[in-house]
Design a protein around this ligand. Structure first.
Ligand code: SF4
Ligand code: SF4
Length: 209
């Protein structure tokens, strides 16, 4: 849903209350393509919110859905998809607004450390992992949660992407690895909102140690 997950995501989603997590995901219920669904029921078995009914085809109850995306991965027919409108952007914006709340009163007293290793194509809430799309890069640290995410993304994109992985485009050094896996999501929306909220800057100087 956010494609890129760094410091902002770990704070905004990780430090949010259960209610906050639900609020961030809640307008991201996927949709079933009735023409592709064979009513096998796999999606319902994987749904943690019991929000899928299986009749002639699967039907998702938007009111119960928490937007986790598990059913998308579970469907063997590829019949469940994200609503590719602005919901992924809104999720990122809400996530960053939760960062603002989590850091309130702690300004200037936080340091962010990101391990850029095993860069995998899907979220850690999935029940499986997948092959990394780039080589392991290292560890970055900063007192600016926006700068560290921008630097992390730039370091990933600077690598040559692995072939025969979930990466379908942007393999060349400098190519956008995040859009190379999820072309329809604007992963930079979270950084833009973070700058608007005064959480940090997208400019940085990288010092290698
Ligand atoms: S996104 Fe998650 S909660 Fe919603 S229907 Fe799919 S598996 Fe269930
Ligand atoms: S897993 Fe896919 S094919 Fe099976 S019931 Fe769910 S939507 Fe239909």
């Amino acid at each position: 849903m956010t494609v890129f997950g760094g410091a902002l995501k770990n704070i905004g989603m990780g430090c949010a209350s259960r209610e906050g997590k639900l609020s961030q995901h809640s307008n991201c219920a996927p949709v079933v393509d009735p023409g592709g669904c064979v009513a096998c029921g796999e999606c319902a078995l994987d749904c943690p919110a019991n929000s899928i009914d299986i009749g002639a085809v699967a039907v998702i109850n938007d009111k119960l859905c928490i937007g986790c995306g598990h059913c998308i991965a579970a469907c063997p027919e590829g019949a469940i998809n994200v609503r590719w409108d602005e919901t992924t952007t809104r999720l990122q914006e809400k996530m960053v607004e939760h960062v603002k709340g989590a850091l309130a009163g702690k300004e200037g007293r936080c340091i962010y450390i990101t391990f850029i290793s095993d860069v995998s194509p899907a979220c850690d809430c999935y029940g499986h992992t997948d092959a990394p799309i780039v080589p392991d890069i290292g560890i970055v640290a900063s007192t600016d949660p926006v700068a560290i995410d921008q630097a992390s993304a730039d370091l990933v994109n600077a690598e040559e992407g692995f072939k025969n992985t979930a990466l379908t485009a942007g393999h060349e050094p400098g190519g956008d690895k995040f859009r190379g896996v999820h072309p329809k999501v604007d992963w930079e929306a979270q950084l833009e909102r973070a700058v608007e909220l005064g959480l940090g800057k997208r400019l940085y100087t990288l010092e290698r140690v």
